[in-house]
Design a binder for this molecule. Structure first.
Ligand code: LLP
Length: 404
């Protein structure tokens, strides 16, 4: 995205023309940026050719998953619905891993029937259930066990998953017990140790600590893991001031680890692949001033994009037309929903704005549309895929009649 003659454009199309043709609010994705992200990710870790399983939860649009599939990626899914959409996008079932703490019998059975690569189990009860279903079907199922390494990912508390107080994975003691359980089972084949310590990680050290913990546990198991699934979590720079996760350093650390442990690495990135590809275009409905604040009331709301309301996340917010010498004001950008948390961002120096202007919220490709809802009976926005000067509607705007 850049300003061309002061008009904000995504690839070769101005935000103004998108809004005129498709209305607001609308999600738009840059295909070119998506391709760049995948190529960059693959290149950064090519020395050990990991299996890259896109975390479908970050964006469930089938057209986008089809594009991702073209680069040979697999999928990380956490529900039957996500497994269905990954298969619908044409992802090879032997490149699909199934994570999550509460897979139901129906979901496990469905996954087994689709012959996916791995079911990554997260508790003793779940492993027993997989065993029971596998036995019933007379099959031997490839599984992983998710370890909770008790590692602080140094990210937002709400999106930390690898500390001992989190519900995810099992601790070392249970992990070792479960390895033994699998060894004696005729219907389970323990292929993988998996971890995922959190999301939006920008510091390399938690990953390094995590690798240390994994190594120590593998030593104790005396088991050869064909796969080590390191999860996702690689952060992106929402703010230019954010530090960057150093892929080169992470790659080196993994290479070092693999010298001793010789497994195939699986990654489950979501945000790193899709996060910076998407924007949300919205229009100013009203400007409302009181003694304390200037509220810019947008036609997008927390139901369309939840991250600020849910995590206090802050996203770069830009005017669709830049006017260089315009005076700057302090604004609070909010949505029309009846909740005080329906607020996107407060900015101290934003160019003076007026009703009907367009505003773009950036970096919403991950956990944007996938976290949206119909709260307040609001139909969901459309999704548009931009490629050069072409726009393809990859999800239609919902209509009120879809909700009634
Ligand atoms: N693998 C597992 C097992 C996960 O739980 C997750 C994310 C991922 C992979 C992908 O993580 P990523 O590479 O995208 O960071 N809604 C939150 C993020 C929640 C992430 C949940 N798990 C947000 O908007 O920040």
């Amino acid at each position: 995205m850049k300003y061309i003659k002061n008009k904000l454009t995504i690839e070769k199309i101005s935000i103004q023309s998108i809004a005129k043709k498709f209305g607001t609010p609308s999600y738009c994705y840059s295909l070119n940026q998506l391709k760049k992200n995948i190529i960059n990710f693959k290149k950064s870790f090519k020395s050990f050719s990991p299996l890259i399983c896109f975390a479908v939860k970050s964006n469930t649009n089938v057209s986008l998953i089809k594009e991702i599939k073209k680069f040979g990626l697999g999928a990380d899914v956490v529900s039957m619905g996500e497994l269905m959409i990954a298969l619908k996008a044409g992802i090879n079932s032997r490149k699909i891993v199934f994570s999550g703490v509460g897979k139901t019998s129906r979901e496990i059975s469905f996954a087994i029937d689709r012959n996916i690569l791995l079911i990554n189990a997260e508790s003793k009860s779940e492993i027993q259930e997989i065993h029971r279903i596998a036995k019933l079907k007379g099959k031997k199922i490839q599984i992983g066990i998710r370890l909770n390494p008790n590692t602080d990912a140094k990210t937002l508390n709400q999106i930390s998953t690898g500390k001992k107080e989190n519900k995810f994975g099992v601790n070392e003691k249970t992990f070792l017990e479960l390895v033994n359980y699998c060894k004696i089972s005729k219907n389970l084949e323990l292929k993988c140790l998996s971890v995922h310590i959190g999301s939006q990680i920008l510091d390399n050290r938690p990953y390094e600590e995590m690798l240390g913990v994994i190594g120590k546990i593998i030593d104790k198991t005396n088991h050869k893991f064909e796969f080590i699934d390191l999860g996702g979590g690689m952060g992106i720079t929402y703010d230019e001031k954010d530090k960057k996760l150093n892929y080169k350093r992470y790659s080196k650390e993994i290479k070092k680890f693999l010298k001793k442990y010789k497994s195939k690495v699986i990654f489950e990135p979501g945000r790193a692949i899709i996060g910076n590809t998407g924007i949300l275009v919205s229009k100013v409905v009203y400007i409302k001033k009181n003694k304390e604040k200037n509220f810019v009331i947008l036609d997008a709301a927390m139901n369309d994009f939840m991250r600020p309301a849910l995590y206090g996340a802050s996203h770069k917010t830009l005017p669709s037309v830049r006017i260089r010498n315009k005076s700057k004001r302090s604004y609070e950008f909010v949505g029309p929903i009846c909740e005080s948390t329906d607020k996107f961002v407060s900015l101290k120096k934003f160019q003076e704005i007026k009703e009907k202007d367009l505003v773009v919220i950036c970096d919403v490709g991950a956990y944007g549309m996938s976290l949206s809802s119909n709260y307040n009976m609001r139909p969901k926005p459309p999704e548009l895929l931009i490629s050069g000067s072409k726009v393809k509607v990859i999800r239609k705007r919902q209509k009120h009649k879809d909700l009634l």
